[in-house]
Design a protein around this ligand. Structure first.
Ligand code: HDD
Length: 756
């Protein structure tokens, strides 16, 4: 019917009716028959067929948060176009004019409403963490933790609490690239029975500064420089390193920031941390200290810098797309929540202050106890309404969770609510659906811009008798702050232990593998090469000189500079000598999801063995990988064995950095067709340079030869990731390929400078 016609029509069939005399007769525009309703899974909690949600599309899965959001979910399927007042619109192509060539009439309220709304579509972006991507899901507690905390999510084994999680970069603007070197935000909103709890963390367990007082300075230094608005989403410029070199408390964070943690392969493959020390409180009022850790089941994996920089051009949405596609294809990202729990007495013995956010509690001192899992199983329906308007707040805690006196955290308690008031336009931002708790809201707060709630009755004060005293205080059931005793003279300053700036930086450094250490040195080299003021570079070297001799020597060499004397220490106290902590290496958590969601290019050219290609494709799909046919151009490609292949992506639009590995199927013309194409050669070389597995079958090997891919690692042993097999051994070849792909990368290939 109409649908088929519409599909076959490469043009807009009603276009002619917009012109000349035809315009005087209103017409219906391009009508489509309403699609046949799609049966919704019985597990869905969506209100199927309701006025607001149409025929039940899109399928929203089984998730407790759906129901509150259903109220506002809109589905246009089979509906007429209306104004914001619900008035059906006859013509959405033309403004109302006095004659076909006449001026547009002021009376055209439809045009004016549409343009006015458009003119106001943008809101201010977040002052930090502007660039982000989010998903819905749930948190499931492994056990009943009520002995430790009365926080609702931990009340029973198997209890599920709906969550909304937003990942982000810090420095870049809303449209900046995902793969820049930066800290990643990891913000979790738990819609608990006792109200919203936001765990607003990062993928790095320490922070740059020790006191909220310095936050605006830190951010001003890393953001684009104010005179010329450059550089975008980068710490590699003078102002950041100027500030850093004058703030030695940054030393520990700098090593994390220059490590591969700051260029994760995916939001699904990085850890998350609450950073500060928090408190857990049980219903007897007893409290312990707690550090929160999220650990991805997919393991911790990172990009390499050259790849990250190229990715920013090839796909600025690389992490956003990765998260979206994983969830869309049912490969739900999972993270385990772990707690480091310790008492006040234990804390007093630590060689650092637990209120200092530039320090970790090494896992060797306090083990991480797994207590539950986070599963992200549904993409947002609307980016703006959900991902952009979500308002996280470090002050959002629930009974069972409490703050500590960490001076950075104390400042955050103020900042987040405050920033939402200008970003989201007023004090009622909690009524925006994505921010509304599942728990009910009853209080005497009233009015304000864009108020949604219609509070009944004449009473909006407490105490009252006219409303029977309601809403009444919850007493002990409510949030009760830990009655910590505070005393002391008013003072602006820090405890002396905060002045140990280098011990944990050294701990991090000595806990890294040789590969990771090399990457840190190279990252410093890159960042400081972009710094133009020699004195700033020298001061950073002087800071590094307090951490490790090999580190500073490596960085100085990269900059062609001498190692300067170390920066003077801020305290005479001896720095603490930590033993290495193996869990600080990225390689400590390889993950257990095999090659699921890994992207594999099957690089095909004229003369390809189509049957073999199809088999490899199917085998990869079978293991949960994402294979794609990549060629010199898209469309039909003749195969010498069977029907033509349908090439999905070209090397131009899907360049090397978008793939975790490449397979070159047997290809009779490989030497002529593929090996003479510089783009194809570049594709293969970059796969090699970035440590990715390459499998060539039969004459596909000609391409590796042309690209001069070495078969041995720099230290002489065969490279397990350069796999050349005869077509008859395709299955064995694929097995070897898969085992390397699961490891993510062969770092042993790296030389500096690169040899391919
Ligand atoms: Fe912050 C956003 C994480 C220190 C002030 N912060 C923001 C987000 C994350 C963090 C993940 C984005 C939330 C989202 O996705 O919407 N921030 C942290 C961590 C910190 C930290 C882990 C240190 C341990 N932040 C920090 C300080 C201040 C702020 C010290 C101010 C005194 N942060 C903000 C903010 C933002 C924000 C200005 C910007 C947008 C927003 O809050 O909603 O209030």
């Amino acid at each position: 019917g109409d649908e088929k016609l519409a599909a076959e029509m490469p043009f807009n069939p009603t276009k002619p009716l917009e012109y000349g005399d035809a315009a005087y007769t209103p017409h219906a525009g391009a009508t489509h028959a309403p699609p046949t309703p799609i049966a919704t899974a019985s597990t869905s909690t969506e209100i199927v067929g309701s006025e607001k949600v149409g025929d039940g599309q899109p399928d929203i899965g089984d998730n407790a948060i759906n129901r509150p959001l259903d109220r506002v979910r809109v589905d246009d399927t089979g509906r007429e176009l209306t104004t914001n007042q619900g008035v059906p619109v006859a013509d959405n192509q033309n403004s109302l004019k006095a004659g076909l060539r006449g001026p547009t009439l002021m009376e055209d309220f439809i045009l004016r409403e549409k343009i006015t709304h458009f003119d106001h579509e943008r809101i201010p972006e977040r002052v930090v963490h502007a660039r982000g991507s989010a998903a819905h899901g749930y948190f499931e507690s492994y056990e009943d933790l009520r002995g430790l905390t009365r926080a609702a999510p931990f009340a029973a084994a198997g209890k599920r609490t709906p969550v909304f999680v937003r990942f982000s970069t810090v420095a870049g603007e809303r449209g900046s690239a995902d793969t820049v070197r930066d800290v990643r935000g990891f913000a979790v909103k738990f819609y608990t029975d006792d109200g919203n709890w936001d765990l607003v963390g990062n993928n790095i367990p320490v922070f740059f500064i020790q006191d909220a007082m310095k936050f605006p300075d830190l951010i001003h230094s890393v953001k684009p420089e104010p005179h010329n608005g450059m550089p975008q989403a980068a710490s590699a410029h003078d102002t950041f390193w100027d500030f850093a070199s004058l703030s030695p408390e940054i030393a520990h964070m700098l090593l994390w920031h220059t490590s591969d943690r700051a260029i994760p392969r995916s939001y699904r493959m990085m850890q998350g941390f609450g950073v500060h020390t928090f408190r857990l409180v049980n219903d007897k009022g007893e409290s312990v200290f707690c550090k929160f850790h999220w650990t991805p089941l997919a393991g911790t994996h990172s990009l390499v810098w050259d790849e990250a920089a190229r990715l920013a051009g090839a796909d600025p949405d690389y992490h956003r797309r990765d998260l979206w596609e994983a969830i869309d294809s049912g490969q739900f990202p999972e993270y385990e929540l772990g707690l480091q729990i310790f008492t006040e007495e234990q804390a007093a013995q630590f060689p650092f202050d637990i209120l200092d956010p530039t320090k970790i509690v090494p896992e060797e001192m306090v083990a991480v106890r797994p207590v539950g899992k986070l599963v992200l199983d549904r993409n947002p329906d609307n980016f703006f309404a959900e991902t952009e308007q979500v308002a996280f707040c470090a002050a959002h805690v629930v009974p069972g969770i409490d703050f500590t006196n960490d001076p950075l955290l104390q400042g955050r308690i103020h900042s987040y609510i405050d920033t939402q008031i200008s970003r989201l336009g007023g004090a009622n931002f909690h009524e925006i659906p994505i921010n509304t708790p599942v728990a009910q809201i009853h209080n005497n707060q009233r009015d304000g811009i864009h108020r949604q709630q219609i509070n009944r009755g004449r009473v909006s004060y407490e105490p009252n008798s006219l409303a029977g005293g309601c809403p009444f205080q919850a007493g002990a059931r409510g949030f009760v702050s830990v009655p910590e005793v505070s005393q002391g003279r008013e003072v602006r300053g820090k405890p002396e232990l905060f002045a140990d700036h280098y011990s944990q930086a050294r701990l991090f450094w000595i806990s890294q593998s040789v590969t990771e250490q090399r990457h840190i040195i190279n990252a410093f080299r890159f960042e400081l090469t972009r710094v133009h003021t020699p004195a700033v570079r020298r001061r950073v070297l002087a800071l590094l000189a307090n951490i490790d001799a090999a580190l500073v020597a490596g960085v100085a060499d990269g900059l062609g500079m001498e190692v300067p004397p170390p920066l003077p220490l801020a305290t005479d106290r001896p720095q603490y000598d930590y033993p290495a902590s193996p869990s600080l290496s990225l390689f400590a958590r390889p993950g257990n999801t095999g090659i699921r969601t890994r992207r594999v290019a099957l690089l095909v050219g004229p003369g390809v063995d189509g049957a073999q290609t199809r088999k490899l494709y199917a085998a990869l799909l079978d293991q949960g990988a994402v294979p794609r046919l990549v060629g010199q151009k898209i469309g039909a490609l003749a195969s010498y064995t069977d029907a033509p292949l349908d090439v999905e992506i070209s090397v131009e639009t899907g360049p090397s950095v978008l793939w975790d590995g490449v397979i070159i199927p047997d290809c009779a013309d490989a030497r002529d067709a593929l090996s003479r194409d510089a783009n194809v050669l570049e594709f293969v070389k970059l796969q090699y340079r970035h440590g990715k597995p390459l499998l060539a079958l039969g004459s596909g090997a000609e391409l590796l030869k042309a690209a001069r891919i070495p078969r041995k690692l720099p230290h002489g042993v065969p490279d397990p990731g350069v796999i050349l097999v005869e077509s008859s051994e395709a299955a064995e070849g694929l097995n070897s390929f898969v085992s390397v792909l699961a490891q993510q990368r062969i770092y042993a290939r790296e030389t500096d400078p690169a040899r391919v």
